[in-house]
Design a protein around this ligand. Structure first.
Ligand SMILES: Cc1ncc(C[n+]2csc(CCOP(=O)(O)OP(=O)(O)O)c2C)c(N)n1
Length: 265
Protein backbone atom coordinates (compact mmCIF):
# COMPACT_ATOMS: atom_id res chain seq x y z
CA UNK A 1 0.00 0.00 0.00
CA UNK A 2 1.37 3.45 -0.87
CA UNK A 3 2.37 5.44 2.20
CA UNK A 4 -0.16 8.21 1.55
CA UNK A 5 -3.02 5.73 1.39
CA UNK A 6 -1.63 3.88 4.40
CA UNK A 7 -1.67 7.09 6.46
CA UNK A 8 -5.22 7.86 5.34
CA UNK A 9 -6.36 4.37 6.29
CA UNK A 10 -4.74 4.69 9.72
CA UNK A 11 -6.79 7.87 10.21
CA UNK A 12 -10.02 6.29 8.98
CA UNK A 13 -9.66 3.20 11.16
CA UNK A 14 -8.69 5.29 14.20
CA UNK A 15 -11.82 7.41 13.83
CA UNK A 16 -14.04 4.35 13.43
CA UNK A 17 -12.59 2.60 16.47
CA UNK A 18 -12.93 5.62 18.72
CA UNK A 19 -16.48 6.27 17.54
CA UNK A 20 -17.61 2.65 17.95
CA UNK A 21 -16.10 2.33 21.41
CA UNK A 22 -17.11 5.85 22.48
CA UNK A 23 -13.48 6.28 23.48
CA UNK A 24 -11.00 9.18 23.66
CA UNK A 25 -7.70 10.41 22.24
CA UNK A 26 -8.39 10.33 18.51
CA UNK A 27 -6.85 13.74 17.79
CA UNK A 28 -3.38 12.64 18.92
CA UNK A 29 -3.74 9.52 16.78
CA UNK A 30 -4.45 11.67 13.73
CA UNK A 31 -1.35 13.80 14.36
CA UNK A 32 1.03 10.81 14.35
CA UNK A 33 -0.55 8.81 11.47
CA UNK A 34 1.90 10.03 8.83
CA UNK A 35 4.95 9.19 10.95
CA UNK A 36 3.62 5.68 11.66
CA UNK A 37 2.88 5.12 7.97
CA UNK A 38 6.46 6.02 7.00
CA UNK A 39 8.03 4.03 9.85
CA UNK A 40 6.13 0.85 8.98
CA UNK A 41 6.21 1.25 5.20
CA UNK A 42 9.77 2.22 4.55
CA UNK A 43 11.97 2.53 7.61
CA UNK A 44 11.68 -0.29 10.11
CA UNK A 45 12.98 -3.78 9.59
CA UNK A 46 9.91 -5.82 10.57
CA UNK A 47 8.11 -8.93 9.37
CA UNK A 48 4.35 -9.17 10.03
CA UNK A 49 4.59 -12.94 9.44
CA UNK A 50 7.23 -13.20 12.14
CA UNK A 51 6.62 -10.40 14.66
CA UNK A 52 9.34 -11.71 17.01
CA UNK A 53 12.03 -11.97 14.32
CA UNK A 54 15.29 -11.64 16.19
CA UNK A 55 16.87 -8.94 14.04
CA UNK A 56 13.75 -6.74 13.97
CA UNK A 57 13.69 -3.03 14.74
CA UNK A 58 11.71 -2.08 17.82
CA UNK A 59 9.13 0.66 18.11
CA UNK A 60 8.33 1.82 21.62
CA UNK A 61 5.16 3.84 21.14
CA UNK A 62 5.13 5.84 24.33
CA UNK A 63 2.02 7.95 23.64
CA UNK A 64 -0.04 4.87 24.49
CA UNK A 65 -3.33 6.77 24.92
CA UNK A 66 -3.36 7.18 21.11
CA UNK A 67 -3.23 3.40 20.69
CA UNK A 68 -5.80 3.33 17.88
CA UNK A 69 -3.26 4.66 15.37
CA UNK A 70 -0.75 1.94 16.27
CA UNK A 71 -3.39 -0.83 16.31
CA UNK A 72 -4.58 0.32 12.87
CA UNK A 73 -1.06 0.55 11.43
CA UNK A 74 -0.20 -2.97 12.58
CA UNK A 75 -3.45 -4.39 11.19
CA UNK A 76 -3.01 -2.66 7.83
CA UNK A 77 0.57 -3.94 7.69
CA UNK A 78 -0.71 -7.50 8.13
CA UNK A 79 0.16 -8.36 11.73
CA UNK A 80 -3.50 -9.42 12.23
CA UNK A 81 -6.77 -9.04 10.31
CA UNK A 82 -8.13 -5.51 9.98
CA UNK A 83 -11.50 -6.90 11.16
CA UNK A 84 -9.91 -7.53 14.61
CA UNK A 85 -10.01 -3.77 15.12
CA UNK A 86 -13.81 -3.98 15.38
CA UNK A 87 -13.38 -5.48 18.84
CA UNK A 88 -11.56 -2.37 20.10
CA UNK A 89 -12.76 -1.41 23.57
CA UNK A 90 -15.18 -4.35 23.78
CA UNK A 91 -15.31 -6.67 26.77
CA UNK A 92 -12.71 -9.44 26.49
CA UNK A 93 -10.88 -7.85 23.54
CA UNK A 94 -7.08 -7.55 23.75
CA UNK A 95 -7.47 -4.20 21.96
CA UNK A 96 -7.73 -2.11 25.10
CA UNK A 97 -7.73 1.68 25.14
CA UNK A 98 -4.02 2.10 25.92
CA UNK A 99 -1.32 0.19 24.05
CA UNK A 100 -1.18 -3.46 25.06
CA UNK A 101 1.79 -5.75 24.45
CA UNK A 102 -0.65 -8.63 24.00
CA UNK A 103 -1.11 -7.37 20.42
CA UNK A 104 1.26 -8.87 17.81
CA UNK A 105 3.88 -6.32 16.79
CA UNK A 106 3.61 -4.33 20.04
CA UNK A 107 6.82 -4.46 22.05
CA UNK A 108 5.72 -2.80 25.28
CA UNK A 109 2.49 -1.76 26.97
CA UNK A 110 2.28 2.02 27.30
CA UNK A 111 -0.12 4.67 28.51
CA UNK A 112 1.53 5.88 31.66
CA UNK A 113 3.41 8.74 30.05
CA UNK A 114 7.18 9.06 30.40
CA UNK A 115 8.03 5.36 30.46
CA UNK A 116 8.72 4.70 26.77
CA UNK A 117 11.97 6.58 26.28
CA UNK A 118 13.68 5.17 29.40
CA UNK A 119 12.69 1.68 28.23
CA UNK A 120 13.91 2.41 24.70
CA UNK A 121 17.26 3.53 26.15
CA UNK A 122 17.59 0.26 28.06
CA UNK A 123 16.83 -1.75 24.93
CA UNK A 124 19.28 0.26 22.84
CA UNK A 125 22.02 -0.18 25.43
CA UNK A 126 21.39 -3.92 25.62
CA UNK A 127 21.56 -4.26 21.82
CA UNK A 128 24.83 -2.33 21.76
CA UNK A 129 26.38 -4.44 24.48
CA UNK A 130 25.33 -7.61 22.67
CA UNK A 131 26.65 -6.15 19.38
CA UNK A 132 23.24 -6.60 17.81
CA UNK A 133 22.06 -4.52 14.86
CA UNK A 134 18.47 -3.91 16.00
CA UNK A 135 17.46 -0.22 15.92
CA UNK A 136 15.14 1.20 18.53
CA UNK A 137 12.55 3.82 17.57
CA UNK A 138 10.50 5.63 20.18
CA UNK A 139 7.53 7.97 19.74
CA UNK A 140 6.55 10.48 22.43
CA UNK A 141 4.10 13.38 22.57
CA UNK A 142 5.10 16.98 23.26
CA UNK A 143 2.90 17.08 26.38
CA UNK A 144 4.56 13.86 27.45
CA UNK A 145 7.91 15.68 27.46
CA UNK A 146 6.70 17.31 30.71
CA UNK A 147 7.69 14.04 32.39
CA UNK A 148 11.14 14.40 34.00
CA UNK A 149 11.94 10.76 33.19
CA UNK A 150 12.39 11.79 29.55
CA UNK A 151 15.07 14.33 30.37
CA UNK A 152 16.93 11.84 32.54
CA UNK A 153 16.72 9.32 29.68
CA UNK A 154 18.05 11.95 27.25
CA UNK A 155 21.14 12.40 29.42
CA UNK A 156 21.54 8.64 29.71
CA UNK A 157 21.26 8.11 25.93
CA UNK A 158 24.00 10.65 25.29
CA UNK A 159 26.31 9.34 27.99
CA UNK A 160 26.02 5.84 26.56
CA UNK A 161 26.39 6.90 22.91
CA UNK A 162 23.09 5.26 21.92
CA UNK A 163 23.31 5.86 18.18
CA UNK A 164 20.94 2.93 17.62
CA UNK A 165 18.14 4.98 19.24
CA UNK A 166 15.85 7.29 17.26
CA UNK A 167 13.30 9.38 19.14
CA UNK A 168 10.35 11.00 17.37
CA UNK A 169 8.56 13.80 19.17
CA UNK A 170 5.02 14.54 17.99
CA UNK A 171 4.84 18.28 18.51
CA UNK A 172 1.12 18.85 17.95
CA UNK A 173 1.19 21.77 20.42
CA UNK A 174 -1.83 20.62 22.44
CA UNK A 175 -1.97 18.27 25.38
CA UNK A 176 -4.88 17.10 27.54
CA UNK A 177 -5.88 20.37 29.20
CA UNK A 178 -4.41 23.10 27.03
CA UNK A 179 -1.60 24.34 24.86
CA UNK A 180 1.87 22.93 25.48
CA UNK A 181 3.29 26.46 25.30
CA UNK A 182 1.09 27.53 28.24
CA UNK A 183 1.66 24.43 30.39
CA UNK A 184 5.40 23.81 30.02
CA UNK A 185 6.91 25.55 27.03
CA UNK A 186 9.36 23.20 25.25
CA UNK A 187 10.94 25.73 22.92
CA UNK A 188 13.58 25.83 21.66
CA UNK A 189 13.31 22.04 21.70
CA UNK A 190 15.94 21.41 19.02
CA UNK A 191 18.50 23.47 20.95
CA UNK A 192 17.58 21.55 24.10
CA UNK A 193 18.19 18.17 22.46
CA UNK A 194 21.47 19.41 21.00
CA UNK A 195 22.53 20.70 24.41
CA UNK A 196 21.84 17.19 25.73
CA UNK A 197 24.24 15.77 23.12
CA UNK A 198 21.71 14.51 20.57
CA UNK A 199 21.64 14.92 16.81
CA UNK A 200 18.34 16.64 16.15
CA UNK A 201 16.28 17.47 13.06
CA UNK A 202 13.03 19.45 12.97
CA UNK A 203 10.57 18.71 10.19
CA UNK A 204 6.97 18.97 9.01
CA UNK A 205 5.49 15.82 10.51
CA UNK A 206 2.82 15.60 7.81
CA UNK A 207 5.21 15.74 4.85
CA UNK A 208 5.81 12.09 4.01
CA UNK A 209 8.92 12.75 1.92
CA UNK A 210 10.44 14.89 4.68
CA UNK A 211 9.69 12.28 7.34
CA UNK A 212 11.27 9.55 5.24
CA UNK A 213 14.31 11.66 4.41
CA UNK A 214 14.98 12.66 8.02
CA UNK A 215 14.53 9.12 9.34
CA UNK A 216 16.91 7.78 6.73
CA UNK A 217 19.58 10.19 8.06
CA UNK A 218 19.50 8.24 11.33
CA UNK A 219 22.92 6.66 11.27
CA UNK A 220 24.03 4.03 13.70
CA UNK A 221 27.66 5.03 13.51
CA UNK A 222 27.36 8.62 14.69
CA UNK A 223 28.04 7.88 18.36
CA UNK A 224 25.00 10.00 19.29
CA UNK A 225 21.28 9.40 19.77
CA UNK A 226 19.03 10.88 17.09
CA UNK A 227 15.84 12.90 17.51
CA UNK A 228 13.30 14.00 14.92
CA UNK A 229 11.05 16.79 16.10
CA UNK A 230 7.85 16.59 14.06
CA UNK A 231 5.70 19.68 13.82
CA UNK A 232 2.18 18.32 13.51
CA UNK A 233 -1.46 19.34 13.88
CA UNK A 234 -3.63 17.64 16.46
CA UNK A 235 -6.66 16.22 14.61
CA UNK A 236 -4.83 16.39 11.25
CA UNK A 237 -6.94 15.39 8.25
CA UNK A 238 -10.35 16.17 9.73
CA UNK A 239 -10.96 19.91 9.43
CA UNK A 240 -13.37 20.29 12.34
CA UNK A 241 -10.89 18.51 14.66
CA UNK A 242 -7.69 20.25 13.60
CA UNK A 243 -6.23 22.26 16.48
CA UNK A 244 -9.37 21.73 18.61
CA UNK A 245 -8.52 20.77 22.18
CA UNK A 246 -11.89 19.09 22.86
CA UNK A 247 -11.00 16.16 20.57
CA UNK A 248 -8.23 15.10 22.90
CA UNK A 249 -11.09 13.45 24.78
CA UNK A 250 -14.29 13.74 22.75
CA UNK A 251 -15.04 10.96 20.23
CA UNK A 252 -16.70 11.91 16.94
CA UNK A 253 -20.47 11.43 16.96
CA UNK A 254 -21.97 9.19 14.24
CA UNK A 255 -22.66 12.21 12.02
CA UNK A 256 -19.20 13.61 12.63
CA UNK A 257 -17.66 10.22 11.84
CA UNK A 258 -19.38 10.20 8.44
CA UNK A 259 -18.26 13.76 7.79
CA UNK A 260 -14.67 12.84 8.76
CA UNK A 261 -14.61 9.68 6.63
CA UNK A 262 -15.98 11.59 3.65
CA UNK A 263 -13.24 14.14 4.03
CA UNK A 264 -10.62 11.40 4.17
CA UNK A 265 -12.04 9.60 1.14
C1 LIG B 1 1.85 9.54 33.86
C2 LIG B 1 0.59 10.01 33.19
N1 LIG B 1 0.03 11.16 33.61
C3 LIG B 1 -1.12 11.61 33.04
C4 LIG B 1 -1.72 10.88 32.03
C5 LIG B 1 -3.03 11.36 31.43
N2 LIG B 1 -2.83 11.85 30.07
C6 LIG B 1 -3.18 11.12 29.00
S1 LIG B 1 -2.85 11.86 27.56
C7 LIG B 1 -2.25 13.22 28.35
C8 LIG B 1 -1.71 14.39 27.56
C9 LIG B 1 -0.56 13.99 26.70
O1 LIG B 1 -0.22 15.03 25.84
P1 LIG B 1 0.66 14.75 24.58
O2 LIG B 1 1.86 13.97 24.96
O3 LIG B 1 0.91 16.05 23.89
O4 LIG B 1 -0.26 13.78 23.74
P2 LIG B 1 -1.06 14.04 22.36
O5 LIG B 1 -1.37 15.50 22.26
O6 LIG B 1 -0.12 13.62 21.28
O7 LIG B 1 -2.28 13.19 22.45
C10 LIG B 1 -2.32 13.07 29.72
C11 LIG B 1 -1.87 14.07 30.70
C12 LIG B 1 -1.10 9.68 31.64
N3 LIG B 1 -1.61 8.92 30.67
N4 LIG B 1 0.06 9.28 32.21
Amino acid sequence: MKTELFAKQIRRKSLEMVNHANASHVAGALSIADVLAVLYNSIMNIDPENPLMEERDYLIYSKGHTCVALYAALALKGFYPVSDLDTYGKKGSPFISHVSSKIPGVEFSTGSLGHGLPLACGLALAFKRQKKKNNVYCVVGDGEMDEGSNWEAMLFACQNGLDNLCLIVDVNKLQAMGKTVDILDLENITAKFEAFGWICRRIDGHNLAEIEKSLSLFSTSSGKPFAVICDTIKGKGVSFMEGELRYHYAPPTDTQLQEALNELN
